[in-house]
Design a protein around this ligand. Structure first.
Ligand code: 5AD
Ligand code: SF4
Length: 479
């Protein structure tokens, strides 16, 4: 079958699940106002965008069961924390939060406390021993079972489900958008990760990689378009390995094809995606981005480290040369594409020379933005089992500071290159600094701040950039 025929065939399927999704949502929204069973849950999320989106899936599951959504943990019947294990600090934050929640539980012993997500999966029943306040422990693939666990815990027993699944994608569940600006939304397209980077806990907490049914993704996006959302971010630990086989036709849909289908749903919809893996991002994906104006020219392409020796030890399965070749391909195929990265300072055995390689790679790529971290050993990972966490804390910190300083320079330089140019900006919300200003992002994912005028969130405006910092652009609307 030709690609276009495949797209048409897939589009025909969109209507069926979409109608179901709309009904599901109408029901759920009524329940937000008033819980059918008189009980309310509160949910708080930590970690990656995927986790925030999972909380929206959990909200949908609970609302279908009649639970209402509460914005106040002090009065909620069920207090849920959707947790992250990526670094030790992320877990400490949750443990500190549990101390505060313990005060609530002392006043209201009937309130139930649930730990969801990666920490639940990593620590399992150990969490119940370590944190007496916890009643429910539920892993990322078990959320459909949450209503049962709530009932069980309500009966006075501790309730646990940390089973991982090879199939679960929650494809049929239309997420309830929490804390939404009504303009931008996340859509998960796959779950889990098969990559086994030696530093990373994710394969242990989120299980095997699986891709979601293409029809259900298109249906969810169409539903967002119908409700006037203007931007979707397709989410996965490794979006470039998206691969879904239609069981009826055996046709395979890859990430480039999925991107194209999503982009074709509406030219008014902006499409973003995260995260790309340097070993998997194909020229087909790059050409698809270049072909569609509404697929944003921004790629998050985490390098982790700049030198091939450390990359090998990290089990990233690419080397410095491969990464730089991919960056060159991006620059050639999408000339105005912004690129961002994740960088880890002080991985096991990292020498000063290895660190210099990271800095020199940054000098070559000149990232628009980076998330930068100190290496934190995670139990069970290959690095924890095989390598010594031998870079002294002070050295890790100093290297991180050097990385941050260089990144700040590059971000400022990249932002300065935008000054004097006009960009189409999707208005998201009021600026944090001043209620006279609005803010939104340009194609390259840069935050742009400008005077409000008569504009509203959801509008597209053309903004002439007049000044910048390393973090944002400032300008005025022009027509
Ligand atoms: N220590 C520090 N940073 C880590 N990351 C993942 N695992 C660790 C760890 N053990 C970072 C990586 C990844 C990002 C989501 O978090 O850079 O891309
Ligand atoms: Fe944290 Fe990774 Fe789990 Fe996301 S997948 S919540 S980043 S550990």
């Amino acid at each position: 079958m030709q690609e276009n025929e495949l797209i048409n065939e897939l589009k025909q399927h969109v209507n069926t699940p979409l109608e179901e999704a709309r009904q599901g949502e109408a029901l759920a929204l009524e329940q937000v106002v008033e819980a059918q069973n008189g009980r309310h849950f509160y949910i708080e999320s930590y970690g990656c965008q995927m986790n925030f989106n999972d909380s929206e899936i959990v909200a949908s599951i609970l609302q279908k069961e009649g639970y209402g959504l509460s914005k106040d943990y002090e009065s909620a019947d069920i207090i849920l924390l959707n947790t992250c294990s990526i670094r030790d600090k992320a877990e400490q934050r949750v443990r500190n939060r549990l101390k505060v929640i313990n005060q609530v539980k002392k006043k209201r012993p009937d309130a139930l406390v649930g730990i969801l997500g990666c920490m639940a999966e990593r620590l399992k029943t150990k969490l119940l021993e370590e944190e007496q306040v916890v009643d429910i422990v539920i892993g990322p693939d078990a959320y459909r079972d949450l209503p049962n666990l709530i009932t069980e815990a309500g009966g006075g027993q501790k309730a646990v489900n940390v089973l991982l699944s090879r199939e679960e994608t929650y494809g049929d569940i239309n997420p309830i958008r929490l804390d939404s600006n009504g303009v931008t939304a996340f859509v998960s397209i796959m779950r889990g990760c098969d990559n086994m980077c030696s530093f990373c806990v994710v394969p242990f907490t989120r299980g095997r990689e699986r891709s979601r049914n293409t029809f259900s993704i298109l249906a969810e996006v169409q539903n967002l378009i119908d409700r006037n959302y203007k931007e979707v971010t397709l989410l996965g630990q490794n979006v470039d390995s998206y691969k879904w086989t239609n069981p009826e036709t055996n046709e395979v849909v890859n990430f480039a094809q999925l991107l194209e289908m999503v982009a074709q749903l509406s030219p008014e919809l902006r499409v973003r995606f995260s995260t790309s893996h340097p070993k998997d991002i194909t020229n087909e994906v790059l050409h698809t981005i270049a072909k569609y104006e509404n697929i944003c020219n921004y790629i998050h392409l985490p390098v982790q480290a700049g030198g091939s020796r450390i990359l090998k030890k990290m089990n990233r399965t690419y080397d410095r040369e491969w990464y730089l070749e991919r960056v060159q391909a991006i620059r050639k195929i999408i000339p105005d594409c912004a690129i961002s990265s994740d960088i880890i300072a002080g991985f096991c055995s990292e020498t000063e020379a290895d660190h210099q390689e990271t800095l020199s790679l940054m000098e070559i790529v000149q990232y628009d933005m980076s998330y930068m971290f100190i290496y934190s050993e995670r139990p069970k990972t290959l690095a924890a089992r095989r390598y010594e966490d031998d870079v002294p804390e002070a050295t890790k910190k100093r290297r991180l500071q050097e990385i941050i300083a260089l990144q700040t320079q590059h971000a400022l330089m990249r932002n300065k290159a935008h000054v004097g140019k006009v960009y189409k900006v999707l208005v998201e919300k009021e600026s944090k600094r001043s209620s006279d200003d609005l803010c939104g992002r340009n194609d390259q994912n840069k935050m742009v701040i400008f005077p409000r005028g008569n504009h509203q969130p959801g509008d597209y405006v053309n903004v002439l950039i007049e000044s910048c910092t390393s973090a944002s652009l400032k300008g005025k609307v022009v027509d």
